[in-house]
Design a protein around this ligand. Structure first.
Ligand code: C2O
Ligand code: CU
Ligand code: CU
Length: 545
């Protein structure tokens, strides 16, 4: 039985088991797996009627231009309206700045600027903030060892020396990251530089209007419309999937656009789900331009019709709606793909079945309602406004200087499972062990090798952006997209801090450990499937002075 058939079988078994009426509600997903509709499911196009949440100048996810004033970010448990506007328990970073108040502000700052913030822990458990993608001294990075107790503060101050681009910040509490990030503790961190300003000018783009940050997350809710995070042992191993897909915390989101170019800064803020992004009108996949990845703008726009986006990754996209007509509808979708959990998942299910004395799939597991790799919609775009804008995308966006690897040291990093734990070079996280040690101002070339019997792992490095050099032994669905030299896909271009490594695959990357911070610097290297991370698929990475 192949996986597709297996899923089909499981889905219908579950539907019967849960007493759902089967007749007349059985959709067939493009992937071929049976799909039973449910409230807010992202498969049915007609569900998409909720106005997309757009960040404003204050309030929830308001854009906060950080200048020289220090910021206070207080974590606290609150509520936030999500499903049909119903309040759900939610964790927030709260701040007031220049007379306005914000929750989970989208922080925006100029390259070269000084960032200063104090984290105040208003939760009843430890927490810490990590600035995902930023090159900071290690003590500013939000290492899990720096988690602070309830009521305590952590002061941050560092200079923004990253390229312009779409970064983000989120909790990195030791063993609590998955739960807290899922519960709400995450937002964007946007860095501006001259290339960014030039692009915004050339295309007349405005943040919050025609330049839209889109955070994509899958979540589960109980009958009262409250967020639920209750991973079972199997989900701790595979990752926690939700069956309701939110874009900017909006389920089944709809947004009206005009016939002009839009920029979408897509962030996969999900704990474990991978998306394969496409813009689809009817049955036609429309071309879009990838202009940036994790570490900012690419050298030029790269046309694409589909691209993978794994947890932690960003994909900056230009979508040209001037090719559309008034009334046209386009869906931003996640296309069907093979989640490649065959061997690992089947092996684990067998194992779990033995220790649990039953079939681990024989409970109503809502992640099975929206199985990994199914096709579904993320956002409905309707051309319903008059809007004009420049039509010509600049031919050059920025410069991406290749890392010089002539003197590089080689390192192999193996990803595999043993005794039901995911390992990095045979290790799980120990606070006082340093399995990866590099030297300051040296260049390394890493081969990230994922075992055959595995699942895709989005591997993330703190402190440094890297460059993907090659993909080898890729599965067919990656080989098809690997048109950018040495098997690389469009998601691999430019500067990266997170890269998806598929089962059996080897991803080669280059990293330059130059920095001007004093002394040894200890960061982490981990899987950004947050259940994997919290279950210690993470190692210290020390850069010796
Ligand atoms: Cu966004 Cu250590 O990660
Ligand atoms: Cu990070
Ligand atoms: Cu992983």
């Amino acid at each position: 039985m192949n996986r597709r058939k297996f899923l089909q079988y499981t889905a219908s078994t579950l539907a019967i088991g849960a007493g759902l009426p089967l007749a007349g509600c059985q959709d067939t997903n493009v992937a071929g797996a049976a799909f039973a509709p449910y409230a807010h499911d992202p498969v049915r196009a007609e569900n998409f009627t909720n106005p997309l949440f757009i960040p404003g100048a204050e309030g929830p996810f308001g854009v906060l231009n950080v200048a020289d004033m220090p910021l206070t970010l207080k974590t606290h448990a609150a509520t936030f309206p999500i499903l049909g506007g119903r309040a759900s328990p939610f964790l927030l970073y709260e701040t007031s700045y220049a007379g306005k108040s914000y929750q989970n502000p989208i922080l925006k700052i100029k390259r070269g600027g000084r960032f200063a913030a104090t984290l105040q822990n208003g939760l009843n458990e430890p927490t810490i903030i990590h600035w995902h993608g930023l090159h900071t001294p290690a003590n500013m990075d939000g290492h899990p060892n720096d988690s602070i107790a309830p009521g305590k503060n952590y002061p941050y101050a560092f200079t923004i020396n990253n390229r312009g681009g779409t970064y983000w910040y989120h909790t990195h509490a030791h063993h609590l990251t998955a739960k807290q990030a899922y519960g709400g503790l995450a937002s964007f961190f946007i860095v501006e530089d001259d290339d960014e300003l030039q692009l915004a000018r050339a295309l007349d783009l405005k943040l919050g209007e025609t330049d839209l940050p889109l955070v994509i997350q899958d979540k589960r809710f109980n009958a009262a419309g409250e967020l639920v995070y209750q991973p079972d042992p199997m989900e701790k191993m595979m990752g926690y999937l939700g069956d309701i897909v939110l874009v900017n915390l909006t389920p089944n989101a709809l947004h009206e656009i005009g016939p002009r170019i839009y920029r979408f800064r897509c962030l996969n803020g999900s704990n474990a789900r991978v998306y394969k992004l496409a813009f689809v009108r009817g049955k036609e996949q429309l071309e879009y331009q990838v202009i940036g990845t994790d570490g900012g703008l690419l050298d030029r726009p790269y046309p694409a019709k589909e691209a993978f986006l794994a947890p932690g990754e960003r994909l900056d996209i230009l979508f040209d709606a001037s090719q559309l007509h008034q009334g046209d509808t386009v869906f931003l979708k996640s296309l069907a793909f093979d989640p490649m959990e065959n061997d690992g998942a089947m092996g684990m299910m067998g194992w779990m079945g033995r220790i649990m004395g039953k079939n681990p799939m024989a409970h109503t597991n809502s992640s099975m309602r929206l199985a990994d790799g199914l096709e579904f919609n993320l956002l409905k775009l309707v051309v319903a406004k008059a809007a004009q804008g420049p039509r010509e995308t600049p031919a050059r966006l920025s410069q991406v200087q290749p890392i010089d690897i002539k003197e590089a040291t080689a390192r192999t990093v193996r990803l595999e499972m043993a005794h039901m734990r995911w390992l990095i070079n045979g290790e799980t996280f120990r606070t006082d062990a340093f399995p990866i040690e590099a030297r300051r101002n040296t260049v390394e070339v890493w081969d990230l090798h994922n075992a055959e019997h595995s699942m895709p792992h989005p591997m993330h490095m703190h402190g440094f952006q890297f460059q993907v050099l090659a993909r080898q032994n890729s599965p067919q669905q990656i080989r098809t997209l690997g048109v950018h030299g040495s098997g690389r896909t469009v998601s691999d271009l430019g500067w990266k801090d997170t890269v998806l490594v598929w089962p059996g695959e080897t991803v080669r990357l280059a990293v330059d450990f130059s920095h001007d911070f004093g002394g040894d610097q200890t960061y982490v290297f981990h899987c950004h499937n947050l259940e994997h991370e919290d279950n210690d698929m993470m190692v210290n990475m020390r850069v010796r002075a």
